[in-house]
Design a protein around this ligand. Structure first.
Ligand SMILES: [Zn+2]
Length: 152
C-alpha cells in the first residue's frame, strides 16, 4: 500500500524540501505542489501512513489540533486573508493530508464549494497556477511563523 500511496511518494520526493514550511517526527506542513491552485494552499500530512483522522493514535490526535491551529493562523497572517478552509477527504490517497486553503473574499470563484471547480480548472490547465516565486515566499514566511509559534 505504502509504495503506491501518492502522499508517501511526495514525502520521498527531492522536490519536497522547498515546499515544507514545518515538520516533526509525525507531521509535515507543505505547500501544494505545482500546479498549485492558490498561493498559500498548504497541506498538513501525517508522516505515518494512516488513512483517516479517525485512526489517529492519542498523540497524533492531540497534536493535530495544535498544529492545525498554528498552521491556519500562519497562513491567515502570511496570505492576509480573514480565514482558512480545511478539507480532509482521504480519497485521493488513503493517507491523512488536510488541505488548508486561504479564503480571500475579494477573490471570486473560490468561495465554499466553488473552490473545487477552481481546483479542477487549475489542474486541467484552464486556469493559471500560482507562481513558483510567490509560493517560495509564502513557504518562507509560513516557515518563520511556524518556527515562532509551534512548540512541539
Ligand atoms: Zn501513504
Amino acid at each position: 500500500m505504502t509504495s503506491t500511496c501518492g502522499v508517501c511518494k511526495i514525502h520521498t520526493s527531492e522536490l519536497l524540501d522547498e515546499l515544507v514550511a514545518w515538520e516533526s517526527d509525525r507531521w509535515i506542513l507543505r505547500h501544494h505542489p505545482t500546479p498549485a491552485p492558490l498561493v498559500g494552499w498548504f497541506l498538513l500530512d501525517t508522516r505515518r501512513h494512516v488513512a483517516s483522522a479517525a485512526d489517529f493514535d492519542a498523540l497524533e490526535e492531540a497534536e493535530f489540533a495544535q498544529i492545525l491551529g498554528s498552521a491556519m493562523r500562519a497562513i491567515r497572517s502570511v496570505i492576509a486573508v480573514p480565514r482558512v478552509y480545511i478539507i480532509l477527504f482521504g480519497e485521493g490517497a488513503q493517507h491523512v493530508h488536510a488541505h488548508l486553503i486561504p479564503r480571500d473574499p475579494s477573490h471570486t470563484g473560490t468561495s465554499a464549494w466553488e473552490i473545487a471547480d477552481w481546483y479542477r480548472a487549475v489542474e486541467s490547465g484552464k486556469r493559471p497556477a500560482a507562481q513558483p516565486v510567490e509560493i517560495a515566499e509564502a513557504v518562507q514566511r509560513v516557515r518563520e511563523e511556524m518556527r515562532r509559534t509551534v512548540k512541539i
